[in-house]
Design a protein around this ligand. Structure first.
Ligand SMILES: NC(=O)c1ccc[n+]([C@@H]2O[C@H](COP(=O)([O-])OP(=O)(O)OC[C@H]3O[C@@H](n4cnc5c(N)ncnc54)[C@H](OP(=O)(O)O)[C@@H]3O)[C@@H](O)[C@H]2O)c1
Length: 397
């Protein structure tokens, strides 16, 4: 009798010990793998297998029934904790962009502080700042008191944008550069112009200009000129501007204080760069280049500038707008260019990487990074294929 009581107390204690070890192992392996940015499925399977193997190894000394009981207990505890982990991850996933998107005052304060520099030393350089998202980025920077240096394709576009911005912010100095930046010679002219401005006077640089094909299509249908132009604007131009800015900023770096906020460099990438982008292969690859470049510069330039990389989803601007209106496909997550500009600027001061333009785009970003690459790429490919199909099918009469 005494012996029986002792045994049941021992197995009760064993179960409690097991529970503690299981909880610890699941939460530890989950948080470790997630903090190492392992994908969600990998994190979950890691924590499940760890807890199961612990459960089995602890029960090896007991009989067959005990192993089964322990396995069942281990399984349900591990599943319960994994579910709890999922809910927590989802909550954290949504809370972060919500906080950034709702707190529109933080980035405005930051830009105003940068605009408090003496005249001539408070420029926002925005490539592709005469239309689409870039124009609204320029509008926001001007309304916080930053002078503007904008690039556009034609002089007429530059003049029209400058006139509109002057009406909004009459005191702001606006300089423009017009030219087809897919041409290497024109890029070189821009670099010469920027030397006159002196890049140390740039407090905010938004490398926004980007080129894609007018419709999604396979690589085999890209002409050499077309592919080179996308590469030149999206990758080479942004790289050479970032290089020049990092030289100028490092030369004028002062002590970092609360009163003098760091400069801001924003690279505008795309969700198409997060995973494979079938039928937009060149565009997607150049945007992946920007995501990678930004990740390195965040570290390299951390003492002189905050480097953010934004991967917008679909925006009513540029080619995306043309694709979707022409293909008549419903796209519930398409944002206006104005909302996209706010979705890019709201991350200033958060140190987040990578960022995107809305809560829906954030969930897409998280899904694309959590899924296995093959599956994520297939999802993007199917969407682009649907656009191509709609574009090539005549509308019903
Ligand atoms: N729209 C989207 O759905 C979407 C989604 C993800 C990422 N993005 C990225 O966000 C950025 C802005 O996109 P957006 O749709 O707002 O762009 P957009 O409307 O196509 O272009 C806006 C600006 O780029 C200039 N530009 C275009 N081609 C040029 C060239 N060859 N040389 C010099 N300037 C040129 C335009 O100048 P002009 O006014 O003189 O023509 C204008 O200032 C791009 O990097 C794009 O890849 C966009």
């Amino acid at each position: 009798m005494v012996l029986t009581n002792h045994t049941s107390r021992t197995s009760h204690n064993d179960l409690r010990q097991e529970f503690t070890i299981l909880s610890l192992s699941v939460s530890l392996s989950l948080s470790l793998s997630l903090s190492l940015s392992l994908s969600l499925p990998l994190s979950l399977s890691l924590s499940l297998s760890l807890s199961l193997s612990l459960s089995l190894s602890r029960s090896q000394g007991g009989g067959g029934d005990e192993v089964l009981v322990n396995m069942e207990a281990g399984m349900s505890i591990a599943l319960g904790l994994a579910l709890l982990g999922l809910v927590l991850i989802l909550a954290v996933t949504i809370v972060r962009p919500l906080r950034a998107l709702l707190d529109q005052r933080r980035w405005q304060r930051h830009l105003r502080a940068l605009a408090a520099r003496p005249a001539g030393q408070r420029f926002a350089l925005i490539t592709g700042g005469t239309d689409g998202i870039g124009f609204h980025l320029a509008r926001h920077c001007a309304s916080q008191g930053l002078d503007l240096y904008l690039t556009g394709r034609t002089s007429a576009d530059c003049a029209a944008a400058a006139q509109q911005l002057k009406q909004l912010a009459p005191d702001v100095v606006i300089k423009t550069f017009a030219g087809d930046l897919s041409q290497r010679a024109v890029q070189d002219q821009l670099f010469v112009h920027l030397e006159d401005l002196a890049l140390q006077n740039v407090q905010v640089a938004i490398l926004n200009v980007g080129l894609s094909t007018s419709v999604p299509k396979p690589l085999s249908e890209h002409t050499e000129v077309e592919a080179d132009a996308i590469l030149a604007i999206n990758a080479r131009l942004s790289l050479q501007l970032a290089r020049r800015l990092s030289v100028a900023w490092a030369r004028t770096a002062g002590p970092r204080t609360k009163a003098v906020p760091r400069r801001v460099l924003i690279l505008v990438a795309s969700l198409a760069g997060v995973t494979g982008a079938p039928f937009c292969a060149v565009y997607g690859a150049t945007k992946a280049f920007l995501l990678h470049l930004g990740a390195s510069l965040r570290y390299e330039l951390s003492t002189v500038a905050e480097v953010l990389v934004n991967a917008p989803g679909m925006i009513r601007a540029g080619n995306t707008m043309r694709w979707f209106s022409a293909s008549r496909l419903a796209a519930p997550d398409v944002l206006t260019a104005e909302a996209a500009a706010r979705g890019i600027l709201c991350w200033v001061g958060t140190e987040a990487y990578p960022t995107t333009t809305s809560v829906l785009h954030w969930l897409t970003l998280k899904l694309l990074t959590a899924l296995p690459t093959t599956l994520a790429t297939a999802l993007v490919g199917q969407q682009h294929q649907a656009v191509i199909q709609r574009l090539t099918t005549p509308p019903p009469s």
